[in-house]
Design a protein around this ligand. Sequence first.
Ligand SMILES: *Cc1c(COP(=O)(O)O)cnc(C)c1O
Length: 617
Amino acid sequence: MKNEKNTTDFKALFLGSKSENLNLFKELINNSYEDAAGWRKNFHSQDREIITSFDKKTKEFIDTQSKMEEVLNNLSSLLRGGSIPWHSPRYLGHMNSETLMPGIIAYFEAMFYNGNNVAYESSPATSKMESEVGIDFCRMLGYDPKKAWGHICADGSIANYEGLWYARNFKSLPYAIKKAFPNLVKGKTDWELNNMSVDDILKLLENNEDKWDAIKSHSVRHDSENINKLGKVFVPKTKHYSWLKAADILGIGTNNVIPIDVDKNFRMDITKLESEIQKCIDSKTPIMAVISVVGTTEEGMFDHVDKVIEIRKKIAKQNAWFYYHIDAAYGGYTRSIFLDEQNNFIPFKDLKDKYEEYGIFQNKINWPSQDVYNTFAAMGESDSITIDPHKMGYSPYSAGGIAIRDIRMRNAISYFATYVFDTKINIPDLLGAYILEGSKAGATAAAVWTNHQVVPLNISGHGKLIGHSIEGAFNFYNHLIETKKYKINEVIVNVHLLTNPDFNMVDFVFNIEGNTSLIKMNELNQKIYEETSFVEGDTYINTVLLSHTNFSNEEYGEAPLDLLNRSKVEAKDFEKEGVNILRSSILSPWLYDKDISKYFNDIFDKSIQEKLMEIIK
Ligand SMILES: *Cc1c(COP(=O)(O)O)cnc(C)c1O
């Protein structure tokens, strides 16, 4: 199919599952360390050398270097033997695949310079890159890049801790203002204080910048007296476990984290959320925050962001407000498929034509649904968003990120009074004062920055890669739907799919026809998983690789019952056993292609056929 537009060709940007681009890769890696080596030589080139030719000929020198070589050889063999072959389209497990070549080379090169982005003075080049990446996040996620702010952090978990840190501190600020400067909030009731929005607070302090530090010294940061008055945190049952850790370490208490049921599409049940929120309002219990997940870790589903925004608008009439954080660690980069080359959000009615014009999908696939579209359209109205470049950004570990809607929000969590900025570029001298972490690799920023520079974060670039991944997932999903069953001698084994995917993750179970026992079905899927996963010492005997999960009644409520029903097993053991699920995130950039996908689907069938034969016999 021809593209009418000149778009990014991803075959040029990955090393390739068979290292097809090795020559180019070698050349670029070579250039990168030669540049870095030259940089050393050229810094005061008159300085004397320290490691002399004589040094290099001593026995100790030679032995020491030989030892290093030995260890590195050993490292190589350990890595080759004990790594997961993400790069192969046979890998259909966790959210990982090969990463973009420009990012790998950038990481490698920047590692020589070993910048520490905790402070501008220890990393001038990579700090600027991080600041630009922050702006990229904001623009891609729907925040106004002139007002908003973002930064890289180690991972999505840290970003979530930071998100809840914002929520907690903002909820506590009005009390702190009341203690420090009562006049500023004169006449406000406790309920009103409890429900001041981020914007209300920022507005109040707009011309009182100097008061922030005094106020913060009365906030929960310093004074834990009010920590129990800050209310509940609502999360969907499909939440990532980092949210519990977040509530734990921030002193909020996991008892204040309220899991909301998910609907049969594994999205947070909006009716339930609304009724829980109303109960809080009726009993004058504050709501600290609502968390939505855009790209759930186990199912790849997108919560209804637009509907949470609607609820927030609705409850404003009752003087109620909550902080709204979106955990888009997994799904955040997906927003690039909705942006045109000017980074405008494409109207729903134009999407199909645009996708055709840019060659986003090779075949007619029915994506996105209106629900998914509405979610991405509304993201900019949240307060903060988690996003992981090391997932759908195809950047190397360890790269998470967070964006906040208004840069001034940073004052709620920052340390040190000195707000020192370079006048031309908006980079704090000490990034460490505005984030959860301390020292952090400049190399990570270089990698993400380079990927973003090479691949525009819109429909002409990254959106196309997201499209490849989604189409790859649909090729696999449709294959399973069409196959439906595997015949092992007289036994028929059926495949049942969890949901119609919102994104690029396919969850499924196998069940033997006629079996109604959940315990037996769980055993079967557990065995299949064991046959298709990491094997200590011998991973490469596997012909395909899957990941798995267990949906328990306790964690998931009734949402999995629909799958049990379709799999024709009885639900009576569900409460005790949960249900074992096989899980495939399809990040591979190659499975969008019909021929390639058919090649690997045939391998999958053959492999499953063999394994079932083994298991059933
Ligand atoms: C992966 C993930 C996280 C955690 O991110 P890490 O980078 O693994 O720390 C948080 N939330 C969601 C929804 C995720 O998928």
